[in-house]
Design a binder for this molecule. Structure first.
Ligand SMILES: [Zn+2]
Length: 312
């Protein structure tokens, strides 16, 4: 079997058993918290569904499996709503393509990831397809905000709920990934395993990893604001905002008794003594506002964040 994260395995098995016994619903909705691996699980399930062999897990060798691993299977279609809204024309085109007889194996699969990004017309088109299911056609949807999907879509799907892994599960899984140790040091930023993996894939591990030490040095007066922001430009200002906001968020939580990541302890001690909790909250709000304004205006990133950090 493919090497997938431990906490995804029970969900995968659940669907494999249903597939093997021919009792799988034609629509699946995979839900769970952000970054726990719904999309990775969905891709594994799709491979199993497309395999021509009548067995639980994909065989990896049949014609369908080979086409899936080459990403060229004509009976598999995917729509991803991560970056932009899913529109009705995209759904209609896909439903039309999938209404033909399978060209290779027996099953056809439509995968819609981040399905909450469907606009109302797109959602209605999917609902119509679910109401009149074509033979041996499966719809697999993923969403971290399944409550924002139309209830009529949800009620037609088999719900597969991905559990949120414990910190220990995430830690031991990270150790098997490239750069896992460096990513494990970013728990102050997020404990979402697949968000950490995405940071690594985008080559941003170092940007985040350096932030606490640089900030601590700036607060001690041994480095300058411009040294902290060295490397900042319009392509990564959102990462700097995310990192700084996460640090402030941890400090605010710590002031109410929550444990703080070791890497942030001296930052907390200095900031709380220098600014106090009310001002820390104001700085946090100001960073969030800066982040949301980034999309609307052409702000100079260096000027904006320099102005912000000068107030810390
Ligand atoms: Zn196969």
């Amino acid at each position: 079997m493919t090497n997938i994260a431990d906490w995804l395995i029970p969900c995968l098995r659940q669907v494999q058993v249903l597939k093997q016994t021919n009792s799988l619903s034609h629509a699946l909705l995979i839900t769970g918290a952000d970054g726990v691996g719904q999309e990775e699980l969905a891709h594994e399930m799709v491979k199993d569904l497309m395999c021509e062999k009548n067995q639980a897990a994909a065989c990896g060798t049949c014609h369908s499996c080979q086409l899936m691993s080459a990403d060229t299977h004509p009976d598999f279609r995917v729509l991803d709503g991560e970056a932009s809204t899913i529109k009705v024309d995209q759904v209609r085109l896909l439903v039309r393509q999938i209404s033909q007889k399978p060209q290779v194996g027996q099953n056809k699969v439509v995968l819609i990831t981040h399905a909450q990004a469907m606009n109302i017309n797109a959602a209605n088109a999917v609902l119509k397809a679910l109401e009149e299911p074509a033979d041996r056609t499966f719809f697999v949807l993923t969403s971290s905000q399944s409550s924002s999907l139309m209830p009529t879509i949800r009620s037609r799907c088999l719900l597969v709920n991905v559990p949120t892994p414990s910190m220990n599960e995430v830690k031991s899984w990270l150790m098997q990934q490239p750069d896992g140790k460096a990513l494990g040091a970013l728990f102050w930023l997020t404990t979402q395993p697949f968000r950490l993996l995405a940071i690594q894939a985008q080559g941003k591990t170092q940007l985040y990893a350096a932030l606490p030490d640089q900030l601590a040095a700036m607060l001690r007066g041994t480095t300058s604001v411009s040294a902290v922001l060295k490397g900042l430009d319009s392509s990564n200002i959102e990462d700097y905002c995310n990192g700084l906001a996460a640090i402030l968020h941890q400090c605010i939580c710590h002031s109410t008794g929550t444990a703080i990541d070791e890497a942030l302890q001296t930052i907390y001690d200095t900031l709380i003594a220098r600014l106090g909790i009310q001002t820390l909250m104001l700085r946090y709000q100001s960073l969030q506002k800066l982040k949301s304004d980034l999309q609307k205006t052409n702000l100079n990133p260096i000027m904006q964040l320099t102005h912000e950090l000068n107030q810390w």
